[in-house]
Write a protein that binds this ligand. Structure first.
Ligand code: ZN
Ligand code: ZN
Length: 487
């Protein structure tokens, strides 16, 4: 912890005072107060880290958003209430320049949904429609299924082989600490409907992209493409996918009826909400962090992504409470349409002109932690200002990765790629995250205060060091074209 370092510094100061006092000792001379030396950024960062571990701001933000707003699917009245909540919250926490940046989306709104096996073993199935899915006809679609135990098997099916059928993929997701299991499985949901339609399918069902055995299905968006028919798509509860595996194993054709009644509204309003801790010397240079304010509709959007909003807001707020702000600005953005893939594009378009003055970007969007890994911008490990990081993060059990960050999060993707703004990335332990992500079980009770605060502590330490320095991350990246192992 910081205590040993601070104790060491205090000892040095006391010894120096004793030595100089001893050398210049004059009886009865009153002590003259010396001006305080400039604070060592590493000492301030350590104090911030320790304060964060015991702070209630982050949990309070998650509790407030999930209780006072709840689910906030972009394009719904709840998303407008979330925008008002965000403006009020950032203002109450002492941020400056608090404002909403509007943009337009095509709102996708869920309607009534149902599915059942009609033959040979009639049973109701638990499903949830996927984002951007078109509706079925009101009476639903009934067809024989073609079931694939892996996504690779679907891709291996020849063109035309699924004509008139409902394609079903039941490949389970792998549980991992770093989110790689989701990276591998998310394409079953995002791209499966297009691949099934290419082969003639009339609808698509996927086993929930989930590491849980809960029957609650997990939603998420589909990436339809212009030249392939958009077929209705839904996720099956894990137990329901396994039920279909067993039915198909019995060798008789299985028929399913699927009914979805979603609607789409082009031109619906959405907002990115922004607030600043204004820098004391270089206010135009900003470290931009945040999470996404929108959520999927079945749960409360607690772990996805009230916690990301809360971690970044709380870290910035703790820094804002210091008697002297760091030299550069810290900007928190709460993005209004991450789940449907709109807010990254809109943010990049709105901030092209400021991009050169942005120091670094990072979004928190993988749950409440604990964080176990930090990837710095390319070349940044060489910066003197960031040297204290390894010891600052050690008591939090956060590793400084050898490899530089590749990705700042979905909402910074376009800005990162198009404007070349440096990025950093904290990796939380996602072992349990995908048990509830995008499902009705994404609720406040899944958020642990100590893991959340550990995340705030790591964020606060890093962004304080970045903000109180003049480190030029672009120059460091140029000087370090290839990843070099640290000593
Ligand atoms: Zn998210
Ligand atoms: Zn999500």
């Amino acid at each position: 912890m910081s205590t040993s370092r601070m104790a060491g510094l205090a000892l040095v100061a006391a010894l120096a005072a004793a030595i100089s006092g001893g050398a210049a000792a004059k009886p009865h001379r009153p002590p003259s107060p010396a001006p305080p030396p400039p604070a060592d950024p590493a000492v301030v960062a350590a104090a911030l880290r320790d304060k964060a571990l015991d702070d209630s701001t982050a949990y309070g933000v998650v509790e407030s958003l999930t209780t006072e707003v709840g689910q906030r699917l972009a394009g719904t009245p709840a998303a407008a209430r979330a925008k008002d909540w965000a403006l009020a919250k950032l203002t109450a926490l002492g941020f400056s320049n608090v404002h909403a940046e509007p943009f337009a989306i095509t709102a996708w709104i869920r309607g009534a949904e149902s599915a059942e096996v009609t033959a040979p073993y009639p049973q109701t199935l638990v499903i949830i429609g996927l984002g951007a899915s078109p509706p079925t006809p009101p009476e639903g679609i009934e067809a024989e299924i073609a079931l694939f135990h892996s996504y690779a098997d679907l891709l291996a099916a020849p063109p035309g082989s699924l004509t008139g059928k409902i394609a079903v993929v039941t490949q389970p997701m792998t549980r991992t600490q770093d989110g790689a299991g989701y990276g591998a499985a998310t394409r079953f949901r995002r791209r499966g409907p297009v691949e099934a339609a290419r082969r003639g399918a009339v609808a698509y069902l996927v086993r929930s992209i989930s590491t849980s055995t809960s029957r609650s299905p997990h939603t998420g968006k589909v990436d339809y493409v212009a030249d392939i028919p958009k077929i209705p798509a839904a996720a099956l509860g894990v137990a329901d996918a396994e039920l279909l595996d067993r039915m198909v194993a019995r060798g008789k054709p299985v028929r399913i009826r699927l009914a979805l009644a979603s609607t789409e509204t082009p031109g619906a309003p959405a907002w990115n909400v922004s607030g600043d801790i204004v820098g004391s010397e270089k206010p135009d240079e900003a470290i931009v962090i945040g999470g996404h304010l929108d959520s999927w509709d079945p749960g409360q959007g607690a772990i996805d992504d009230a916690t990301g909003v809360a971690i970044t807001t709380a870290a910035a707020k703790l820094i804002g409470d210091l008697p002297r702000h760091p030299r550069r600005t810290i900007r928190v953005v709460m993005f209004g349409s991450e789940e449907m893939d709109y807010s990254g594009r809109s943010y990049a378009d709105a901030h092209k002109a400021d991009a050169a003055r942005l120091v670094a970007l990072s979004e928190s969007d993988s749950g409440p932690g604990p964080i176990w890994n930090l990837q710095l911008p390319r070349g940044a490990a060489a910066a003197t200002a960031l040297k204290p990081l390894a010891s600052l993060l050690a008591p939090l059990k956060v590793i400084l990765a050898d490899q530089p960050a590749q990705f700042a999060g979905a909402d910074f993707g376009e800005l990162q790629l198009e404007a070349g703004v440096p990025v950093f990335s904290f990796t939380p332990d996602t072992s349990l995250y995908f048990d509830v992500h995008h499902s009705a079980d994404d609720t406040l009770d899944k958020v642990g205060r100590s893991d959340l605060n550990q995340s705030v502590a790591a964020w606060a330490a890093l962004i304080y060091l970045l903000a109180d320095s003049d480190v030029d991350l672009r120059a460091l990246a140029k000087a370090s074209p290839a990843a070099a192992p640290r000593p």
